[in-house]
Ligand binder design. Structure first.
Ligand SMILES: NC(=O)c1ccc[n+]([C@@H]2O[C@H](COP(=O)([O-])OP(=O)(O)OC[C@H]3O[C@@H](n4cnc5c(N)ncnc54)[C@H](O)[C@@H]3O)[C@@H](O)[C@H]2O)c1
Ligand SMILES: N[C@H](CO)Cc1c[nH]c[nH+]1
Ligand SMILES: [Zn+2]
Length: 429
């Protein structure tokens, strides 16, 4: 159920670290490139053609109307609508302080220079269709964009065979404040957002998870537009001390395993007894899960247990793995926070299960996976802004420092750069 790994054995650790990184099938790259090229040249016609081919529905008009949104909102359980609104408030509270401010420096001789922080104008949000519709992901993607001040938030999501979008997704989009919604999914949706069609505007950045066709398309259009990250299957690493209830650790490991057969769940504990108790609990709880086939496939392939001799050692191992979610189910968890270097989001203490962060706590659940927490951060307000710098110089400053600029330009053989300073200085008398 959980494969035991000896973390002091370099080969076993290496295998654990590499176990899910896989090459992309070249045939998929060719197929997605072809879809992108056709959307680029044929626009809406190609979008409709691919929607018919892959989603089995022809749509003359693929804009979601206000009426469809209103009907969806009315159809959703009022308590769930309340939950969305309260979650929104919590997500806003956490994300508002992320707003970066610009600055300006004033120097001698009337020189000033500064940096502005500007929101992106248009952002495309991909919301997966398929079996698992996550309205919580709509909130997590849209709310930071709103706080950043993005002008136009455009959501794309595949239609079902009747040409409809899941009402819960539309309701979450209404709560979050999406500006427009289109019924299109897959690589054709990404291409439409990157190049624009008569119906869909070209955006500056595309965010949101999706299947392999969506991920490959995002990689291929990166550069023409920005993208957030390639969010892979979910991961959780639980560090359990001797005091934690085995049922807590087991439930939390299963909570991510139920997402995907490729999800990864790792338990690090201080004794064989604790590992055995958690494993026993996993078996018990698994039997009661509706998604038991997915969870057990995930645990079979990517479920691991490691025994260490201290919490500090557990954190060292976790830093090497750089998990998407790290739970510290230990006494006095905050004492260990300074030791954690690589983790997408950290959950501190026995009562802080990861699902709080998935839905309601306020932190973002769009997080780096597959070891990329070493260098990527979670989605946030900063994902939806850009920085722009400015500078003002005066004749006094150029008189004083012009020689240095000329000298540096000439050292690079760039006469033209030097000249731009010289022509000005020649006019100062
Ligand atoms: N990290 C997260 O927060 C998070 C949240 C939700 C979902 N996900 C992931 O997103 C993915 C959702 O996948 P999905 O398939 O259910 O929905 P999706 O919306 O990503 O993909 C559906 C689209 O794929 C396209 N497609 C399907 N088969 C194709 C084919 N053979 N060739 C070309 N295009 C094809 C279709 O156009 C269809 O509209 C899953 O991998 C899931 O784990 C991640
Ligand atoms: N845990 C997922 C990200 O890894 C996000 C999610 C959405 N709904 C439930 N969970
Ligand atoms: Zn989750």
């Amino acid at each position: 159920m959980l494969q035991a790994v000896d973390y002091q054995n370099e080969n076993e650790m290496k295998q654990l670290l590499q176990s899910r990184s896989s090459e992309i099938d070249p045939e998929i790259i060719v197929q997605v490139t072809n879809i992108i090229e056709q959307v680029k040249s044929e626009g809406d016609q190609a979008v409709k053609k691919f929607t018919q081919q892959f989603d089995s529905v022809w749509l003359d008009d693929y804009i979601v109307s206000q009426e469809e949104i209103d009907t969806a909102v009315k159809s959703v359980d009022p308590f769930l609508m309340e939950n969305f609104r309260e979650a929104k408030q919590n997500i806003e509270k956490f994300h508002i302080p992320q707003k970066a401010k610009g600055f300006e420096l004033t120097q001698e001789d009337g020189v000033y220079l500064g940096q502005r922080v500007l929101p992106l104008d248009k952002v495309g949000i991909y919301v997966p269709g398929g079996k698992a519709a996550y309205p919580s992901s709509v909130l997590m993607n849209v709310i930071p964009a709103k706080i950043a001040g993005v002008n136009d938030i455009i959501m794309v999501t595949p239609p079902d065979r009747q040409g409809q979008v899941n009402p819960v997704i539309l309701a979450a989009a209404a709560v979050a404040g999406v500006d427009r919604i289109y019924k299109v999914g897959g690589a054709q949706a990404i291409a439409a957002l990157a190049y624009g069609t008569k119906t869909i505007p070209k955006v500056d950045k595309i965010v949101g998870p999706g299947n392999i066709y969506v991920s490959v398309a995002k990689k291929l259009v990166f550069g023409l537009v920005d993208i957030d990250m390639i969010a892979g299957p979910s991961e959780i690493l639980v560090i359990a001390d001797e005091a934690v209830e085995a049922s807590y650790a087991a439930a939390d490991l299963l909570s991510q395993a139920e997402h995907d057969p490729l999800a990864s769940s790792i338990l690090i504990a201080l004794s064989d007894e604790k590992i055995a108790a958690v494993t026993k609990e996993i078996k018990k709880q698994l039997a009661e899960l509706p998604k038991k086939e997915i969870a057990s496939a995930s645990l079979k392939n990517y479920g691991y247990s490691l025994k260490v001799s201290s919490i500090e050692e557990a954190i060292e191992v976790s830093n090497r793995i750089a998990p998407e979610h790290l739970e510290l189910l230990v006494n006095q968890p905050k004492n260990y926070l300074p030791l954690i270097k690589n983790a997408g989001s950290i959950f501190l203490g026995y009562d802080s299960c990861e699902s709080i962060g998935d839905y309601f706590g306020g932190t973002n659940h769009v997080l780096p996976t597959n070891g990329t927490a070493r260098f990527y951060s979670s989605l946030g307000v900063e994902s939806f802004v850009k920085r722009s710098s400015y500078l003002h110089w005066t004749p006094e400053a150029l008189e004083k420092h012009g020689d240095k600029i000329i000298n540096m330009a000439l050292s690079e053989g760039l006469q033209g750069h030097a000249r731009a300073v010289e022509v000005r200085r020649e006019t100062y008398e």
